[in-house]
Design a protein around this ligand. Structure first.
Ligand code: UD1
Length: 430
């Protein structure tokens, strides 16, 4: 089992290039199979989740070729519409995007139930409701989601909750349905817009993505395209938070600053200096951050995927902060680990009450999921002494070259494969 070993105490400084957005990439990869023509996707992150989806696509007979590390060529002309089920795909959430893609293209899809981070119940009722409105019959059987339709037709769909996944899934299926679909209470996340732009570049007719009403006029066929994925809002936010945690000076490059507004706003409230450029944001923090209150919300609110990282930063603030998680019901599991590093946090239901402490101390901890794992690494970067973070496969699901990027900013962090390697690091940096 691989771990990160970290010697805390370095103030991170410098510039870091942000990778393509994982969550946009997953939707776009699935959608790229909806045409038999060649699709070229640029700015594709090289991460475990995207690679797992590519592996599942290959199992269906989809040809993929990484022309360079971040450019993938996809051709689905020889795709077979067989059940989607392999070891890699079971671990990721976005496996269910293949339902929307296959249902749109073949009017039938059978996909193993999704995995992903254990941060709550994560039901898929809104996806099923949307597919049913488009004329598909949907059922869950022997661990598979099966959706089939004689004909898919446009429909007026009102989501009961704002769901990124359901919005994306219905957008894909409706693109190849007959007539007009209107999605109300749609998610507005940047990757929803990115997928709409991608589908439109393939000949789809989608309007309103980025607002809460999306209108889709079905088309018969999609064609090949060349498209570059947007930068990763959450990777950028994590690096910005690394600056706040380590009292550093980090510039995230190759980003869309607008996507980072809710994070920049919180960092300003916390007393950090923020400078925005056309495609970069600098975060400079000296001294302890100030406490503030945070509530996670759908975009443009503060992202739930940044909740653990800001909690780690606020754990070192000068006052008492309240962080409310309103998207997922079980997203504070990492707090026990952080407490073992000296944090003073009390969780009551969906709220964390954080009394700032002066310092964290190194400990041997475990990443419970992707974003919380990254957040615990940030805690290790500032902790006194040495921190070991186990289960880093969670982190590598969604951060490309995470520890190398942190090293380029001055962090002392290494990957260790076993106990002797951890011991060597301890001796070197004791
Ligand atoms: C996506 C992101 C994830 C992010 C989340 C919220 C991907 C691959 N993952 O996850 O990183 O944390 O958005 O921004 O893009 N819900 C229902 N019924 C449904 C669907 C969702 O009740 O059918 C609920 C969920 O339980 C949750 C809320 O809606 O409470 C939001 O979930 P959703 O936006 O669907 O998250 P994901 O698409 O799974």
């Amino acid at each position: 089992m691989e771990s990160y070993v970290i010697r805390g105490g370095m103030s991170l400084k410098g510039e870091v290039e942000i990778t393509g957005a994982k969550n946009a990439a997953l939707a776009i990869l699935a959608a790229s199979t909806m045409t038999d023509q060649t699709v070229i996707i640029e700015n594709m992150p090289d991460e475990a989740d995207t690679n797992a989806l590519i592996g599942a696509m290959n199992d269906l007979g989809v040809f993929t070729h990484r022309a360079s590390r971040h450019t993938v060529r996809v051709n689905a002309a020889k795709e077979r519409n067989i059940p989607v089920d392999n070891e890699g795909i079971k671990k990721i959430r976005a496996s269910y995007y293949l339902i929307g893609a296959l249902l749109g293209k073949y009017k039938r899809a059978k996909v193993v139930l999704p995995g992903g981070c254990a941060i709550g119940l994560r039901p898929i009722d809104q996806h099923m409701k949307g597919f049913a409105a488009l004329g598909a019959s949907c059922r869950i059987e022997h661990g598979f989601i099966i959706a089939e339709a004689k004909d898919l037709h446009g429909a007026h769909i009102y989501f009961d909750v704002v769901s990124v996944g359901a919005t994306i899934n219905i957008m894909m299926a409706a693109t190849l349905a007959s007539g007009q679909t209107i999605i109300e209470n749609a998610a507005k996340e940047p990757h929803v817009v990115d997928l709409a732009n991608f589908l439109n570049s393939m000949g789809a007719r989608i309007k309103g993505a980025g607002t809460d009403v999306i209108r889709i006029t079905g088309v018969e066929k999609l064609h090949g395209t060349e498209y570059a994925i947007i930068p990763d809002q959450i990777e950028a936010g994590t690096m910005m938070m690394a600056s706040a945690v380590t009292r550093g000076d980090i510039t995230v490059k190759g980003v869309i600053p607008k996507h980072l507004d809710s994070i920049s706003a919180k960092l300003k409230e916390m007393g950090c200096f923020i400078q925005e450029y056309d495609d970069a944001v600098r975060v400079f923090c000296s001294g302890r951050v100030r406490s503030t209150h945070v509530k996670t919300l759908p975009y443009p609110g503060f992202p739930t995927d940044m909740q653990p990282q800001i909690t780690v930063a606020l754990g070192l603030s000068t006052g008492v902060s309240i962080v409310t998680e309103s998207i997922f019901e079980n997203r504070f599991k990492y707090v026990d680990e952080l407490t073992s590093m000296g944090a003073n946090i009390k969780v009551e239901g969906s709220t964390a009450i954080i009394s700032g402490v002066e310092k964290y101390t190194g400990a041997h901890i475990t990443a419970p999921d992707l974003r919380a794992g990254a957040a615990l690494v940030l805690a290790g970067l500032v902790a006194e002494g040495i921190t070991v973070v186990d289960n880093i496969h969670f982190i590598e699901r969604g951060y490309e070259d995470f520890y190398m990027k942190l090293r380029s900013l001055g962090a002392i962090i290494e990957k260790a494969e076993d106990e002797p390697q951890i011991e060597k690091f301890r001796i070197r940096y004791a």
